[in-house]
Design a protein around this ligand. Structure first.
Ligand SMILES: [Zn+2]
Ligand SMILES: [Zn+2]
Ligand SMILES: [Zn+2]
Length: 175
C-alpha cells in the first residue's frame, strides 16, 4: 500500500483514485498499470513537498493537501495543522503502514458489492439512493457523478458502517 500512497493513489476499501491524473479504478491490476504509465510518472516527478510540511510529507495538489503517509486529503489548512499533530499521523511517520484497510467487502463480476452479508448495487455502495448522493449531499444527474473528484475523495475517505442488522450508512469526514 505504501507504494500506492507514494503514487498519490487514494485507497478506499475496494476503490482507488489517482488524485493527480483524476482517474478512478476498481481493481488493483488497473492501479498497477496506471502507476507505470508515462504521464502518471511525469506527474509524480513534478511533485514536491510543501517546504513547511516537508517532514510530514504533505503535498499540495491543486486545492488539495495530501499526506503521503496517511493517504489523507483535505482542502483546509486548519485540517492540515490538526492532521500533523494527530496521534495516528505521528505514529505512522515512524511506523509506515503496509497493509490495506481491513474490510469485509468484495465486488463481484456483475459489479455488485458484497458488504458483510449484504449485497448492494454500485450506486448504493457510492452512497447514492434515489438520485441523491449522501457523500456529496447533492442530487445526482447522471452516472458520471461517481467519477467526479470530490465524490471519489469523499468515497475513499468515508467508511461504511453497520448501524444494525442489515442496515448501514456511510460516515463522511469533511475534507
Ligand atoms: Zn495518476
Ligand atoms: Zn498523515
Ligand atoms: Zn457524490
Amino acid at each position: 500500500m505504501n507504494r500506492y500512497y507514494k503514487n498519490v493513489i487514494l485507497c478506499g476499501e475496494i476503490d482507488f483514485y489517482c488524485l493527480l491524473c483524476e482517474e478512478s479504478f476498481e481493481l488493483a491490476e488497473q492501479v498497477e498499470r496506471h502507476i507505470r504509465w508515462e504521464q502518471h510518472r511525469k506527474n509524480i516527478k513534478n511533485l514536491s513537498y510543501i517546504p513547511k510540511y516537508k517532514k510530514d510529507c504533505i503535498f499540495m495538489i491543486g486545492k488539495y493537501y495530501y499526506c503521503e503517509i496517511c493517504n489523507y486529503v483535505t482542502t483546509s489548512v486548519k485540517q492540515v495543522k490538526n492532521h500533523i499533530n494527530d496521534s495516528t499521523h505521528l505514529f505512522r511517520t515512524k511506523n509506515p503502514i503496509i497493509t490495506q484497510k481491513a474490510s469485509d467487502v468484495t465486488r463481484n463480476k456483475n459489479g455488485l458489492i458484497k458488504y458483510h452479508n449484504m449485497i448492494m448495487s454500485k450506486f448504493e455502495w457510492h452512497g447514492i439512493v434515489n438520485n441523491h448522493c449522501f457523500l456529496c449531499n447533492t442530487s445526482v444527474e447522471n452516472v458520471e457523478h461517481v467519477k467526479q473528484r470530490d465524490h471519489m475523495i469523499a468515497l475513499v475517505q468515508s467508511e461504511m458502517r453497520k448501524v444494525k442488522e442489515n442496515e448501514y450508512n456511510r460516515k463522511v469526514k469533511a475534507f
